[in-house]
Design a protein around this ligand. Structure first.
Ligand code: NAD
Length: 423
């Protein structure tokens, strides 16, 4: 299958291209000749990953690493292990990383990688062999100065530890900065696990101030109580908001006076889901979308806010903890209804921001305290909100469009200033 064929047929990639086309009219005239650099990946590597299974047989898996754009610095983006991973999806995910790192003004480009595999079907030894062989296959194009992977769906800190060790073995010395999201004792950063949820809270707080929505006493509904949702819930609860409703894969719980989020976290740790939490009542999953709320935090899956749900939502502010939770047609309705949306490329960028801090700490071999990390994170996220908000005012557009304009301007200015080699 040729690259261009896959480009034509990829929905995610087409969605990304449509987003670029939509913001192009807003860009300064002198940047327009460079827009096409955003419409194709700089580099895409497809690798065969053969491994010896525990039963002695040999299985082949297909892996990818795509560097979408490196105009502003090394590539940054996760590694996904999932049975549906394919090249054009990885291309789109890499492109969205280009946008996200630029919105936060991190000195990175965008990249993404993955292996088409169901990691749950591998034994721990097979998973390690797969990771080490995949790392060795993509090692010519990754590195702390070129492209820095991180965890994504189906991968975790241990897998990053194996990647770092394999890359270091190839180089003959320890290279902690080749991946982020590592275990803390292997050069990982404090605060990384909670960073995305914290970023959701911080961006939410800033935008709430701008739309005159008081956090104290506000009613918050959260879909997803994992890494992102549970931390965001905790911080809103601490700020005296009422987390009235939480939905996860086990059901939807509701409490009129607000849930005790610490107790809910303990319950989920024991029971692997919110269902059965004694201090709340279970309600129908569909009711989640119609209850009285001020703030909605989708922090589970993509494609959750449909046009129909958008018609009935009572929220004044939506914080996109998940990637791509809002359909474009739903967004139109929400904007007409004057509901503010903090877009994913801004709202959930706390994780990549602390990944950046991890890389900086690894390069300096000097590590910061969790308080220092959180302070720096808050500062960068607040300044990104300010940048996006001002752009939205200037261009009279939504926060999502503003974030894309800002990112495209930053990337294309860098491209223009660097020029096109060989000139
Ligand atoms: P997680 O696996 O820790 O938690 C996912 C949560 O979603 C769980 O509570 C699960 O029960 C819930 N869920 C799953 N299926 C559901 C369903 N059908 N209905 C309702 N709830 C359901 O994942 P996470 O790390 O918290 O990530 C959540 C989202 O945030 C994903 O979209 C992810 O891509 C995005 N994101 C995460 C990070 C990060 O640093 N973890 C960074 C950026 C974006």
């Amino acid at each position: 299958m040729s690259l261009s064929y896959e480009m034509e047929n990829s929905r995610a990639w087409q969605t990304y291209l449509a987003q670029i086309n939509q913001v192009t009219p807003y860009l300064e005239e002198d940047l327009i000749p460079f827009v096409n650099t955003l419409k194709r990946p700089k580099r895409a590597l497809i690798v065969d990953v053969p491994i010896v299974m525990d039963d002695g047989s040999i299985q082949h898996f297909e892996g990818y690493r795509v560097q979408h754009n490196l105009s502003r610095g090394p590539g940054k983006g996760g590694i996904r292990y999932h049975p549906d991973v394919e090249l054009n999806e990885v291309m789109a995910l890499a492109a969205w990383m280009t946008i996200k790192t630029a919105v936060l003004n991190l000195p990175y480009g965008g990249a993404k990688g993955g292996v088409r595999v169901d990691p749950r079907k591998l034994s721990p030894r097979e998973l390690e062999r797969l990771t080490r062989r995949f790392t060795s296959e993509i090692s010519p194009i990754i590195g702390p100065q070129t492209d820095i992977p991180a965890p994504d769906v189906g991968t975790n800190a241990s897998i990053m530890g194996w990647m770092m060790d394999t890359y270091s073995s190839i180089k003959g010395h320890t290279v902690t900065g080749v991946v982020t999201g590592k275990p803390v004792h292997l050069g990982g950063s404090l605060g990384r696990v909670r960073a995305t949820g914290r970023g959701v809270f911080v961006t939410g707080l800033e935008v709430a101030k701008k739309i005159n929505l008081s956090i104290e006493g506000s009613r918050v509904a959260i879909q997803g109580f994992g890494n992102v949702g549970s931390e965001a819930a905790y911080l809103f609860h601490k700020a005296n908001a009422k987390v009235v409703c939480v939905q996860d894969h086990t059901g939807t719980i509701y409490s009129e006076q607000g849930l005790d989020v610490k107790q809910l976290q303990n319950h989920v740790a024991q029971h692997q889901g919110v269902a059965g939490f004694p201090e709340a009542s279970m309600i129908d999953d569909q009711e989640f979308w119609t209850i009285e709320m001020d703030i909605l935090i989708p922090a589970a899956l993509e494609g959750q806010i449909t046009a129909e749900r958008a018609q009935n939502l009572t929220a004044k502010l939506i914080l996109e903890g998940a990637n791509g939770p809002t359909y474009p047609e739903a967004e139109e309705i929400l904007l007409q209804r004057q509901i503010s949306i903090v877009p994913d490329v801004l709202c959930n960028a706390g994780g990549v921001t602390v990944s950046y801090f991890e890389w900086v700490q690894d390069m300096a071999s000097y590590f910061w305290t969790e308080d220092e990390i959180n302070q720096r994170l808050d500062k960068l996220m607040m300044s990104a909100v300010e940048d996006v908000w001002s752009k939205a005012q200037e261009k009279q557009c939504s926060l999502r469009t503003a974030a894309y304009i800002l990112a495209c301007e930053r990337i294309l200015k860098a491209r223009k200033e660097r020029g096109i080699f060989p000139g």
